[in-house]
Design a protein around this ligand. Structure first.
Ligand code: CS2
Ligand code: MG
Length: 402
């Protein structure tokens, strides 16, 4: 079998998605998500101009060798653009291989390790009262785990709080919107939110929170400590993870579990965090960390150190990524939880999929491959629209992490 063509499909059914479709001489095709929020066309160009020409004529079943060719064979390794492109190729090849085997992808990975994939939803509100109600809405839908994000008094906007309650979309402007941030206001507010949440819903639901890289290690340590009584499932991205020594300091001060890694591209980004047991959950994804081939290596390393998986699953990861992630999650022995931000109706229509939500769990379905396809005619009706993530400034104007 040979790869005869590969094409990049860019579509914007409410938000931009980049999809790679790899076809063979035997009439089968495989799909991979190649979406990098706010940098979509950079990946599309990397695929079109540099990667696809190298794929034509190769045996699609040699997914490992193709991965090594694109990673090891490339002098300029790693980085989000390159690794997203490699992920797309790898996901498409695993999809193809499972279709050739006529099996759902999880079977090729080692079969089912669990019945369903526990997911967490993203509840948000302008203030504590609204956020508490929104968490209730998710619990009513059957969710066992909910991430709670609330507006902060005195700040016009913050990460996680959108215009629409059920669909959170941060890339909402043609040029980056400028937000204003105050760590002091945030640190005073968040414990009050979780106090109210536990008061209303008790200790059974899993509650999570995303600090979105905005704290310094000592501030994160303080937040983790002040949330201990509310028993979070995890505190996500407490600090920007470039300087990973910071996690040692956080760890020395708090037993609140830590999750990190949605912006990681390779095992090298998390190797030390995992080996030193500085985190509890690794959030790397099929989409941004080298596809199924590489994410498996990360998960296997993590398993040795009691670190579980908690893949990123925001709306900017397409249903193609979600489908592949659910097969990975169904297999991974050290699976922890899967993020699930719902896609809009238009997105779900462009990407018909086999996965289904029921009572707080997602199920990948039994279709051969990862079970997600693309309706190209419909996709063509939604042309690309430039959209950027916001940036953050402190109250005095200093640039900060968004
Ligand atoms: C996030 C995302 O879902 C998450 O945990 O941190 O909302 C993130 O901001 C976006 O995926 C950025 O593209
Ligand atoms: Mg996050």
């Amino acid at each position: 079998m040979k790869i005869t063509s590969a094409k990049v499909i860019v579509t914007c059914p409410g938000r931009n998605f980049v999809t790679l479709k790899v076809a063979t001489d035997e009439g089968l095709h495989g799909l991979g998500d190649a979406t990098l929020n706010g940098r979509e066309l950079a990946v599309a160009s990397y695929l079109q101009d540099h990667v696809i020409p190298c794929l034509i004529g190769r045996d699609p079943c040699q997914s490992e060798d193709i991965w090594q060719f694109l990673y090891r064979g490339c002098y300029w390794r790693r980085g989000p653009v390159t690794m997203t492109a490699i992920s797309a190729v790898d996901t498409a090849l695993w999809d193809l291989k499972a279709k050739i085997a006529n099996m759902p992808l999880y079977q090729l990975l080692g079969g089912r390790s669990r019945d369903g994939v526990m997911v967490y939803g993203h509840a948000n509100g302008e203030d504590i009262a609204q956020t508490v109600d929104e968490v209730g809405r998710y619990l009513d839908m059957g969710y066992k785990a909910v991430r709670a994000q609330s507006g902060i008094p005195g700040l016009a906007s913050t990460y996680g709080v959108g215009k629409d309650r059920l669909f959170y979309e941060p890339a909402d402007a043609g040029l980056p919107a400028e937000n204003v941030w105050s760590t002091e206001k945030y640190l005073d507010h968040i414990p009050l939110l979780f106090d109210k949440l536990r008061e209303r819903y008790g200790y059974e639901p899993h509650l999570l929170h995303d600090a979105h890289h905005r704290l310094t290690p000592v501030e994160a340590a303080r937040l983790g400590k002040s949330l201990e009584d509310y028993r979070l499932f995890w505190l996500e991205d407490p600090v920007a993870a470039e300087n990973q020594e910071g996690f040692r300091l956080i760890r020395q001060h708090t037993v609140t579990p830590l999750a990190v890694g949605e912006v990681f591209n390779t095992i090298w980004d998390c190797k030390d965090l995992i080996q030193e047991q500085l985190i509890d959950y690794i959030r790397a994804t099929v989409l941004h960390a080298g596809g199924i081939t590489h994410l498996r290596r990360i998960a296997d390393l993590a398993a040795l150190y009691h670190v579980r998986t908690g893949c990123h699953g925001a709306t900017d990861l397409s249903p193609v990524c979600m489908g592949a992630a659910l097969h990975f999650d169904t297999w991974a022995p050290n699976f922890g939880i899967q993020e699930y931000m719902r896609h809009s109706r238009e997105t779900d229509e462009v990407f018909p999929h086999a996965y289904r939500f029921r009572d707080g769990f997602l199920y990948p379905g039994e279709a051969p491959g990862h079970g997600v396809d693309i309706d190209e005619k419909l996709a063509a009706k939604f042309p690309y629209q430039r959209a950027c993530l916001p940036v953050n400034r402190l109250e005095d104007g200093t640039m900060w992490n968004w």
